[in-house]
Design a protein around this ligand. Structure first.
Ligand SMILES: *Cc1c(COP(=O)(O)O)cnc(C)c1O
Length: 233
């Protein structure tokens, strides 16, 4: 896994940030009376080059997150020699859905019937989260609260998708702990329909501790590990 261009020394800034976040997650888990083993940390590498993902892989990272199809597809192809699991965490156009299936292991952003239909497949299952919209703004992505059960039922009856649970982004104008309590309540509604779909994808660089306290199982952490993102291309 080591390459000549990937520093593996534990003293690289990336390695130090990764170690610090891992320690923070372990602390948050213990404070919540949970085992760190219950948590999957996805490093969100959007806008960063494939070389950074390669360095992360050399540091033991296996789960990486991306939010734009074209960028994700290019990096997954360039890094096909690595044993990485690609998590698609961004808003997804239905016409791109089948292409995302080819390289992604998990799609976190299922938020409408048409996207579920576009992901239907009789050739194997892909793991999926239903994304909740915790705001009143439909542009933020995610399913509105009142539409949660119908969407979950549709996922459950569509071949090719295995529902893991719910995903959410805490709104900027709400205490993360409060937002994540709402996520936990929605997760219970989903589990009433699909007991195995108990996972919760929540928690980013600024709020992962609150997410762990509220029961998150999948953390999506970008800048706290990668450093600031290069500006939008
Ligand atoms: C970018 C992104 C993250 C990571 O955000 P940070 O604040 O950099 O940790 C997590 N989830 C989604 C959906 C994202 O788009």
């Amino acid at each position: 896994m080591t390459t000549s261009t990937s520093p593996t020394s534990s003293s690289s800034p990336l390695a130090e940030r990764l170690a610090a976040v891992r320690a923070g997650i372990d602390d948050a888990a213990r404070a919540a009376g949970r085992s760190p083993d219950e948590l999957t940390t996805i490093v969100v590498t959007k806008f960063h080059p494939a070389s950074l993902v390669r360095e992360l892989a050399s540091l033991g990272v296996r789960d990486v997150g991306e939010n734009r199809h074209q960028e994700a597809q290019e990096k997954a192809a360039e890094l096909a020699d690595l044993d990485l699991a690609w998590h698609f965490v961004g808003q997804l156009q239905s016409k791109k859905a089948r292409q995302v299936r080819r390289y992604a292991s998990v799609i976190h952003s299922i938020d409408r019937f048409s996207l579920v239909d576009a992901l239907r497949s009789d050739e194997g299952e892909i793991d999926a989260f239903v994304q909740l919209n915790l705001t009143d703004d439909p542009g933020r992505g995610g399913v509105a609260d009142r539409d949660l059960e119908p969407l979950v039922e549709h996922v459950l009856t569509t071949p090719g998708l295995r529902l893991l649970g719910v995903m959410a982004v805490a709104p900027l104008d709400e205490e993360p702990a409060r937002a994540f309590e709402r996520v936990r309540a929605s997760s219970e509604r989903v589990r009433a329909l699909a007991p195995a779909a108990s996972a919760i994808s929540a928690g980013m660089s600024q709020d992962y501790r609150e997410a762990v306290a509220a029961g998150a199982t999948h953390l999506r952490i970008g800048t706290a590990i990668t450093g600031n993102r290069p500006t939008l291309r």
